[in-house]
Ligand binder design. Structure first.
Ligand code: NAD
Length: 379
């Protein structure tokens, strides 16, 4: 067990989440060397210094390229806005570092393809931040599907909704800029596709629609600016398995806080899950007396690994940040050359190709085939 040196770029919402994971992974799992929190980068030295103090990093820099070149760094966590991912990930891989990059991989497919090429050339581990697949309940769903508990799945419906952009008077920020990607597709669609990827594999073709609920937003300091991204996206999908499906995304959905509603309909039953109630799953299976048929609720507990690493008692619940700690453990597993439940750049490119097809379909108003790829699926 060698201790990994960690570099963290960005300290916002996900930067803190990565920092918590690096701080906690050894304590939670007890079977990995405690990572060394080596260098933290922010856009200014002053902010980097303050955040390094708060998050426990030894050194700080206002220039991410200094972090990437630092010999004390083995793994680079990239938690900056989407537009920075390709440049930072490729530089880190070229410097011989492992990379843990937040989703989406990139905002344009050609950039994601360049990132994949850099990962191949480096021979280093390049993983993406798809924390929702790490929920023990999602692993249980995977098992239920593998064991045929609901028979052949013929229809999947995934909805992801939040309301952080629901207020028409919310300030224009990077998520409304075209440099951040298409909008809801890159922000939410990739998460829905990460779940489809681990539960079913690939998507064969898509027929999409995108919408802008608000044409412009106020700008800090005065005036308004035209919104360049689509906060709403709805896509019909056909899986490689032959199942049909719908992915509906809305980041302007008042009242929805962290909804990822998954409904999987099979020939012998139905599975229902919602990230807003992330510690439970609803299972309906046919059979038994009609009077007592219905969905039953299964709560997470130590019998759903790796819940047991966090809490010995069932029903007490994991949280969002815990999923990142699990993902961190899987990343270390992969760096150690073991099989891991992780979406690497190889698998992530399939998600990016699907998003690209969804956006093209929406613009062209027709079904679009998803480009074939070489991804291997999360192992
Ligand atoms: N996996 C998930 O569940 C999840 C959730 C939210 C966000 N994300 C992803 O995480 C990424 C960051 O999103 P966020 O919500 O944390 O954004 P954020 O705005 O909260 O944080 C971004 C951070 O990057 C820093 N930064 C910007 N430019 C920089 C530079 N040149 N050098 C160093 N630091 C710089 C900012 O100062 C800020 O601290 C996005 O790609 C987003 O899609 C993933």
């Amino acid at each position: 067990m060698t201790s990994l040196g960690i570099g963290l770029i960005g300290t916002g919402y996900m930067g803190k989440c990565h920092a918590l994971a690096w701080n906690a992974v050894a304590a939670v799992f007890g079977d990995v060397a405690r990572p060394r929190l080596a260098v933290l980068a922010e856009h200014s030295q002053e902010l980097a210094d303050r955040k390094a103090q708060e998050l426990g990093f030894a050194r700080a820099t206002g220039d991410w390229r200094t972090l990437v070149a630092d010999p004390a760094v083995d793994v680079v966590s990239i938690t900056t806005p989407n537009a920075f991912h390709p440049e930072m990930a490729i530089a880190a891989l070229e410097a011989g570092k492992h990379v843990w990059c937040e989703k989406p991989m990139a905002t344009r497919l050609p950039d994601a393809e360049r990132m994949l090429a850099a990962a191949h050339a480096s021979g280093k581990v390049a993983a993406l931040g798809y924390n929702y697949i790490q929920n023990p309940i999602i692993r249980l769903i995977q098992r239920l599907l593998d064991e045929g508990e609901i028979g052949d799945v013929n229809h999947v419906r995934l909805e992801m909704d939040e309301d952080f952009m629901a207020d028409p008077e919310a300030l224009f920020y990077w998520k409304s800029e075209a440099t951040s990607g298409h909008g809801a597709l890159d922000d939410f669609g990739v998460h829905a596709l990460s779940l489809i990827r681990v539960l079913f594999g690939g998507v064969r073709r898509v027929c999409g629609h995108m919408a802008k609920p608000y044409a412009d937003r106020p700008v800090q300091g005065g005036g308004r600016r035209a919104v360049e991204t689509y906060d709403i996206a709805t896509t019909l999908i056909e899986l490689e398995s032959g199942a049909s499906g719908v992915i509906a995304l809305n980041r302007s959905a008042w009242g929805r806080k962290g909804r990822i509603a998954v409904q999987l309909f099979g020939s012998k039953g139905t599975i229902v899950y919602d990230q807003e109630r992330m510690n439970e799953v609803q299972l309906y299976t046919v059979g038994g007396p009609k009077e007592t048929q219905g969905f039953r609720t299964i709560l997470t507990g130590p019998q759903h690994p790796p819940y047991d690493k966090f809490i010995p008692a069932p029903g007490h619940g994991l949280g969002f940040n815990d999923l990142k700690i699990i993902e961190c453990r899987e990343l270390i597993r992969r760096i150690d050359g073991e099989a891991a439940h992780l979406i690497t750049f190889e698998d992530g490119i399939r998600i990016e190709r699907t998003v690209d097809a969804m956006a093209r379909s929406a613009h062209e108003g027709r079904w679009v085939e998803v480009a074939a790829g070489h991804g291997t699926g999360a192992a």
